[in-house]
Design a protein around this ligand. Structure first.
Ligand SMILES: CCCCCC/C=C\CCCCCCCCCC(=O)SCCNC(=O)CCNC(=O)[C@H](O)C(C)(C)COP(=O)(O)OP(=O)(O)OC[C@H]1O[C@@H](n2cnc3c(N)ncnc32)[C@H](O)[C@@H]1OP(=O)(O)O
Ligand SMILES: CCCCCCCC/C=C\CCCCCCCC(=O)OC[C@@H](O)COP(=O)(O)O
Length: 271
């Protein structure tokens, strides 16, 4: 009898593991990375065939190939403020940054001819790194401020010469502390140097369905709000701090508001 129980427990153990939320968390994380790497394998030759190399137009291919991924994780993305993206010419989009899941919301609203600024380490992320490079992502070395500044000054020029839009995460790193980190200045210098508007975009907190430390990854809702553009015409580098503070306060207010409302519709996290 004892042996039979032991056998039953041994059989049940993998099943228990499978249903435990920690296992599900790691499985989903692994699957997310693996699926993105796989999509990139398919996307790389398409990008090469369509544009022959590094070109911001490749972002369209990534956008269309990533749109379904939210369904695989039971995520619903609700967007408000589409009208604020109806702006001609180049602009800088700034958004909060919580996790690599931000890519899903980003691809939901990414305008044409829009690429992004990322840390240089991303270029080494296998097939994902290669496709990011092909899509014209601008890589910066966050440890060398002067290098990063000059790369961003070049980007300001490229924006105008090639009519490119840039998406920057002004917190400068991923953050899931339930609030926004103070903003780095690069995005605002960029907009002022190019004299283009800033369009703030806010993702609601993922805390009601995704918690990195607690190893929770459920299905849920992400609310995305596109805020009205902030003009920079006539502003100089002296106005950068003020511009950054103004953007931070607008985005923080929207973040707290939508995060609160989304927490109610996602319901409490099951532990
Ligand atoms: C087919 C399927 C494929 C599937 C797979 C593909 C999937 C997706 C593909 C696309 C998705 C990609 C998503 C990528 C997301 C990646 C996100 C990231 O990597 S976030 C991290 C990188 N981003 C950033 O760091 C944001 C930009 N950073 C900055 O703007 C920073 O300001 C800086 C790095 C330029 C400098 O940082 P730091 O020194 O730490 O801080 P500051 O306080 O901001 O600056 C110091 C002083 O320098 C002045 N400054 C800053 N910038 C400039 C400038 N451009 N010109 C002049 N001066 C500048 C600033 O004012 C400060 O001086 P002060 O006197 O104090 O004002
Ligand atoms: C050779 C194998 C390497 C495997 C690496 C896997 C790479 C990730 C693969 C798939 C995820 C797809 C989305 C990619 C874009 C997300 C990038 C991202 O979010 O980077 C984090 C960065 O913003 C801030 O990082 P820090 O927290 O400041 O540091």
């Amino acid at each position: 009898m004892d042996v039979a129980w032991m056998l039953l427990l041994l059989l049940l153990f993998p099943l228990l593991m499978w249903t435990s939320s920690t296992f599900v968390f790691y499985f989903k994380k692994f699957f997310y990375v693996a699926w993105m790497m796989f999509l990139a394998i398919l996307g790389i030759p398409i990008c090469l065939l369509k544009s022959g190399g590094r070109d911001v137009e490749n972002m369209r291919i990534i956008r269309s190939m990533v749109r379904h991924v939210k369904y695989l994780f039971g995520l619903r993305i609700e967007v408000r403020g589409w009208e604020h993206l109806q702006t001609e010419g180049p602009y800088v989009i700034i958004s909060n940054h919580q996790s690599s899941l931000d890519v899903l919301g980003m691809m939901e609203i990414l305008p044409d001819r829009c690429t992004t600024i990322a840390k240089k380490e991303l270029v080494y992320a296998g097939t994902v790194g290669l496709i990011c490079w092909l899509a014209g992502i601008v890589f910066i070395n966050r440890k060398k401020t002067n290098d990063a500044k000059s790369v961003m000054a070049d980007a300001a020029k490229t924006m105008l010469d090639e009519q490119v839009r840039l998406w920057v995460f002004p917190e400068g790193t991923r953050n899931q502390n339930g609030d926004l980190l103070p903003f780095k200045k690069g995005a605002f210098h960029l907009a002022v140097q190019a004299q283009v508007p800033i369009i703030p975009v806010v993702f609601s907190s993922y805390n009601s369905f995704y918690l990195r430390k607690e190893k929770q990854f459920n299905s849920g809702v992400i609310r995305l709000r596109i805020l009205p553009k902030i003009e920079t015409k006539g502003l100089t580098s002296d106005d950068v701090s003020c511009l950054s503070d103004q953007s931070h306060s607008l985005m923080r207010t929207a973040f707290l508001e939508i995060s609160d409302s989304v927490a109610k519709s996602n319901g409490p996290l099951k532990h």
